[in-house]
Design a protein around this ligand. Structure first.
Ligand code: NAP
Length: 293
């Protein structure tokens, strides 16, 4: 069993780190808001006071934080994880961040004689809780092989994509499909319910149709009940779509439905829905269409 430093206990980091503890690993956790560690410490993790201490304690150091600027803060500040590294450690970032932010951290980590794996995940909080995430990895192949036994505790599907930043791009490709699917579902649902159909039945049929997917299955209940507590927030999805648009622009690829969906999410955020689940796109369209359930 491994010694693991874990930095970031948000909606994803909590269940993921709990699964590592339950699998028997020795896990040292840090989060900006200490109270969020309570449920992880309760199952056996040890609290440490800084990201640096998490890096000192672990042979592997995992980060699961909001975005690139946060990854920089927890990595590069005075008490950041890089300050706690000694040669031979493996750092694994599972957050969704840009290629540029990722490459900067890689440089700092390599300067300490350590390896940096990019390992963003597919799947939401429910899949994190049931250790059913997909892991998209790139970076040093040998480090990847060593990390596999830990990845196994987070999900059974792992993909090695290459020696550099490939996993970052794959994650953005997936997320643009996830976001645009929710915009399509919003349009389908609101048109049908305004024409008099029952929303629960509409969502059930979509989930079991040719366009049905794990995503349309998970979102049946939130959309039918109007319960948009965040599995994945509007705010974070806007961040991911902006990153995807940057990659599209870099390679001269038009991402029109991605941009449209990002605009819709920004409207939702302006209405105060930024912390809600991104499936709140349905509620936004209901309101604009003057439809009340
Ligand atoms: P979240 O619930 O918003 O948690 C964000 C984490 O980042 C928290 O630990 C938060 O600390 C920390 N953080 C934010 N700003 C910080 C700062 N300035 N300094 C230090 N720590 C800071 O996000 P999440 O849903 O767990 O997502 C984490 C990452 O996984 C994101 O990159 C997201 O895009 C990606 N992801 C999410 C999902 C999903 O379904 N949720 C799925 C796949 C990938 P506090 O607790 O102190 O706020």
């Amino acid at each position: 069993m491994a010694k693991i430093g874990w930095i970031g206990l948000g909606n994803m980091g909590i269940p993921m780190s709990q699964n590592l503890v339950k699998a028997g690993h020795e896990v040292f956790v840090w989060n900006r808001t200490k109270s969020k560690a309570d449920g992880v410490v309760a199952v056996g993790a040890k609290w440490v006071d800084t990201p640096k201490a998490a890096a000192e304690a672990g042979d592997f150091v995992f980060t699961m934080v909001a975005d690139g600027p946060t990854l920089h803060a927890v990595s590069l500040e005075k008490d950041g994880l890089v300050a706690g590294l000694s040669s031979g450690k493996i750092i694994v970032d599972m957050s969704t961040v840009s290629v540029e932010d990722s490459a900067k951290i890689n440089k700092e980590v390599e300067a300490k004689g350590c390896k940096f794996l990019r390992a963003p995940v597919t799947g939401s909080t429910m899949m994190a809780a049931s250790a059913a995430l997909g892991i998209l990895a790139s970076g040093d192949r040998e480090a990847y092989e060593k990390a596999l036994s830990v990845f196994q505790c987070l999900g059974a599907r792992h993909f090695y994509l290459g020696g550099g930043e490939e996993a970052r791009v794959m994650k953005l490709s997936l997320n643009l499909m996830i976001a645009t699917t929710m915009q399509m579902q919003a349009e389908a649902v609101v048109m049908a319910e305004k024409a008099g159909l029952n929303v629960a039945q509409v969502c059930e049929i979509i989930a079991n149709s040719a366009v049905g997917s794990p995503l349309t299955g998970y979102k049946k209940v939130p959309i039918s009940t109007g319960d948009y507590k965040p599995a994945f927030s509007v705010k974070l999805m806007i961040k991911d779509l902006k990153l995807a648009e940057e990659v599209g622009a870099q390679y001269g690829v038009k991402l029109e439905s991605t941009s449209l969906t990002r605009n819709r999410l920004e409207l939702a955020s302006e209405k105060g829905y930024g912390e809600m689940d991104f499936s709140v796109l349905t509620k936004l369209l209901e309101e604009e269409s003057k439809y009340t359930r």
